[in-house]
Ligand binder design. Sequence first.
Ligand SMILES: CC(C)(COP(=O)(O)OP(=O)(O)OC[C@H]1O[C@@H](n2cnc3c(N)ncnc32)[C@H](O)[C@@H]1OP(=O)(O)O)[C@@H](O)C(=O)NCCC(=O)NCCS
Length: 208
Amino acid sequence: MEKDKVMIVALHDKPDLIEDCAKILNEEWPRSKTARMRTIENSNPNLPISLLLIKNTQQNKDEVVGHAKISRLPLVPGTCLIESVLVNPVNRGKGFGKLLMEECEKLATQFGFSWAILSTHDKQEFYRKLGYEFCQPVCQYGAPPSSASHLLETTQPNKTSETVSKTAPCEESVLKTKTAFAQPPPLPEFTNISVPAKKVYMKKSLKQ
Ligand SMILES: CC(C)(COP(=O)(O)OP(=O)(O)OC[C@H]1O[C@@H](n2cnc3c(N)ncnc32)[C@H](O)[C@@H]1OP(=O)(O)O)[C@@H](O)C(=O)NCCC(=O)NCCS
């Protein structure tokens, strides 16, 4: 599909762009080039499919500016997994992420999927605006953590971003304890320590 000067194509239809695709993914989520290439090389017409958002530059060259991958979830029939959704930094905030997601969902519907599932650490709001809601964790590989029928249950969001404000844990008891021994120096105070956000899962019905 085409919108303005941007196009969305399947990676296996544009094998010449595989290195550029690996590059933008690795700039966001660093990994060895070999491992990255091995993953995205799997793109094929029967899934998984890596979709590329490409721009035609003034030099008439295709520039990869975004990526998203759709895979089957064999343990949850009728459901696909959308992952590695990325728009490169200079092109964010222009509606391209939304466009990529809409294209993923359109393609997933063509494959007959009724649900799309994804996980995220900190982009809940982006996905919520696109109609996703929180659900149970889903295992992509191996056995699911619970019976598959529970996997698409709607859940409350986990606490996604925690800021821990800590004082030295032993401070109070140290003050209260009267002892003949010399007291150790006070522990440093830790304030506003950011704990990485927890991964949450989100789902969307693809049925109109
Ligand atoms: C998440 C990402 C794909 C969004 O792409 P984008 O092109 O900037 O998003 P869009 O411009 O299409 O935004 C669509 C809507 O989502 C909102 N949005 C986008 N990113 C958001 C964010 N981080 N938090 C809250 N809202 C966000 C936009 O404001 C816009 O809202 P509107 O429809 O009300 O105007 C992009 O920021 C990105 O690649 N981030 C780094 C990789 C990443 O974290 N990917 C997600 C992995 S789970």
